[in-house]
Design a binder for this molecule. Structure first.
Ligand SMILES: *[C@@H]1O[C@H](CO)[C@@H](O)[C@H](O)[C@H]1NC(C)=O
Ligand SMILES: *[C@@H]1O[C@H](CO)[C@@H](O)[C@H](O)[C@H]1NC(C)=O
Length: 238
């Protein structure tokens, strides 16, 4: 993977304030660790074509696995370090990065011997761009087991002609409306994180429960300084 290009913007919601020391000193997304609540946890998202995430055409490997040779393909990587069990909104600013120029799909991953990764999620091609995602990190006794994209259908965009519902699961904007393609919409990606399962002390991670009980877009309202840049534009536009 060529370069680390993204700026991490990470905000934690004020109603989940747990202040406690970080005890996880593993900072590489390609290393194994066990975490407890409020530790920092490093994971990564790689952008590339859908095919470049599988080996021999069918085996889905972690981007940390050299057999995938993502580094020699057209790819980009972003590294994040959210706090375990705090609801976080990650943003990837696309003003100088167009996901469709890097294959248009993304995979979230962490770990080496205990590698976990998500399935590839469609982000963008020259026609459509999806900007809103929810990623669940599932732990068991503090070890990451699984990462998956949680979708809630197209309820947010049904009936809105500025959006297209792709595969009954993602609300997409026309790429030609994106700023990086000459349009007026900031198509930066917003990735809502949630944690589920148990930490290394067997404490239950609850942030998934919180997300489930809030509508995805109302969560964006918690991040007041992002609200204008990410959701305000939709309100203005529609
Ligand atoms: C992305 O970066 C541009 C240029 O720095 C800025 O104008 C824009 O508001 C940023 N978008 C978000 C969502 O942070
Ligand atoms: C872009 O993606 C959509 C949804 O997956 C697909 O229907 C369309 O054919 C793609 N367009 C191009 C130009 O690849």
């Amino acid at each position: 993977m060529s370069t680390i290009v993204f700026l991490l913007v990470l905000m934690t919601s004020s109603f989940l304030v747990i202040s406690s020391e970080n005890t996880n000193n593993v900072y590489s997304p390609c290393a194994d660790t066990k975490v407890k609540k409020s530790d920092g946890f490093t994971f990564s998202i790689a952008f590339a074509s859908r095919n470049s995430f599988s080996y021999n055409g069918n085996q889905q490997l972690s981007p940390c696995d050299r057999r995938l040779s993502l580094s020699s393909s057209n790819s980009q990587i972003a590294v994040f370090r959210p706090k375990v069990d705090e609801i976080s909104l990650l943003t990837i600013n696309t003003s100088s990065f167009s996901p469709d120029s890097y294959g248009g799909y993304m995979v979230a991953f962490a770990g080496r011997k205990y590698a976990a990764r998500s399935l590839p999620a469609f982000v963008a091609n020259s026609t459509y761009t999806v900007t809103s995602f929810t990623l669940v990190l599932e732990f068991k006794k503090g070890r990451l087991q699984n990462l998956y994209w949680k979708r809630d259908g197209c309820s947010k965009c049904t009936g809105n002609s500025n959006f297209v519902c792709l595969n009954n699961q993602d609300c997409a904007i026309r790429t030609s409306n994106c700023k990086n393609r000459g349009g007026s919409v900031d198509c930066s990606l917003g990735i809502q994180l949630a944690f589920s399962g148990t930490d290394k002390h067997l404490s239950v991670l609850n942030s998934w429960y919180e997300v489930e009980n809030l509508r995805q877009y109302s969560l964006f309202g918690l991040y007041s300084n992002l609200r204008d840049s990410l959701t305000g534009q939709y309100n203005k536009m529609f």
